[in-house]
Design a binder for this molecule. Structure first.
Ligand code: CTP
Ligand code: MG
Length: 254
């Protein structure tokens, strides 16, 4: 018997029309319940400078030259709302598909990953709750992974500006050297097959991480940081919205 011929990727047709050189599928996770934000509409849908909050990050990935297509992960009962109030209001150049969210952010990313075409070697996972992401920052993370074959991924992160304390109960037990500490943000860009393997391993071992890089790190994958501004905040509490609004208005005026 000869060597079996490779099975063609069922999603090849999805990437046939990708812009030249675009090798990234963006996964924008928007399936959370926004408990800390506390708005019954869900923080992804509240108005930010005239658009539902999640629109801003989708637009940034749509404009990023490295991105071929976008998967938006949302609660199944919000899919119609995402189509009508978000996607149909934007003139997007890239194809967008929806994937159902899961109980945790990690489950939502996994669902998004399962919806990414295997022909695109890179994925960029991004929180819909970070509307201030800029195209240049997305491209920087992507380039970092493209140029260094030893990397499993690259994430946007900000240097710690505060002095950090290790606290037990309410007692300080150590003051670590803050120059070693960075706050992880998104996007987090990975080789698709590596992130998928890391998610499968985490699911198998019942491990819940607080970001995607941690899943890859625990398998020994090398992930680098790309320095971010502190602007790229995650909308978590109601007061974060005013900060994002001010930053976005400043940006739109310049
Ligand atoms: N997210 C998701 N699926 C989940 C949980 C979170 O897609 N099951 C998404 C959120 O929509 C958000 C991002 O992951 O864009 C970061 O999560 P977070 O800021 O914690 O948002 P929520 O989980 O919605 O907020 P909270 O933790 O306050 O309930
Ligand atoms: Mg959450």
């Amino acid at each position: 018997m000869g060597t079996p011929s490779p099975v063609p990727c069922p999603c090849a047709s999805l990437v046939r029309d990708a812009p030249d050189g675009a090798d990234v599928c963006a996964i924008v996770v928007a399936g959370g319940s926004g408990e800390r934000f506390g708005d019954p509409r869900g923080k992804q849908f509240v108005d930010l400078c005239g658009l539902p909050l999640m629109s801003w990050s989708i637009m940034a990935f749509d404009r990023a030259p490295s991105v071929a297509r976008i998967v938006v992960v949302c609660a199944p009962d919000r899919a119609a709302q995402v189509e009508k109030d978000v996607l149909s209001e934007l003139s997007l150049a890239k194809p967008v598909t929806l994937a159902p969210s899961g109980a945790t952010r990690q489950d939502s990313v996994r669902s998004g990953l399962d919806a990414t075409p295997c022909d695109l070697p890179l994925v960029a996972v991004h929180d819909a709750a970070r509307p201030l992401i800029e195209v240049g920052q997305i491209e920087e993370c992507v380039s970092a992974v493209r140029v260094d074959e030893s990397l499993a991924g690259a994430i946007l992160a900000a240097r710690s500006v505060d002095t950090l304390k290790l606290v037990e109960g309410n007692t300080i037990v150590a003051t670590p050297d803050r120059s070693f500490y960075w706050a992880a943000q998104t996007p987090q860009v990975f080789r698709r097959r590596v992130l998928l393997a890391a998610h499968k391993a985490a699911a198998h071992e019942d491990y819940q991480g607080t970001d995607d890089a941690s899943l890859v790190e625990r398998l020994g994958g090398k992930v680098r940081v790309v320095e971010s501004t502190r602007d790229n905040i995650k909308i978590t509490l109601p007061e974060d919205l005013a900060l994002a609004e001010a930053a976005l208005e400043r940006r739109l005026l310049t």
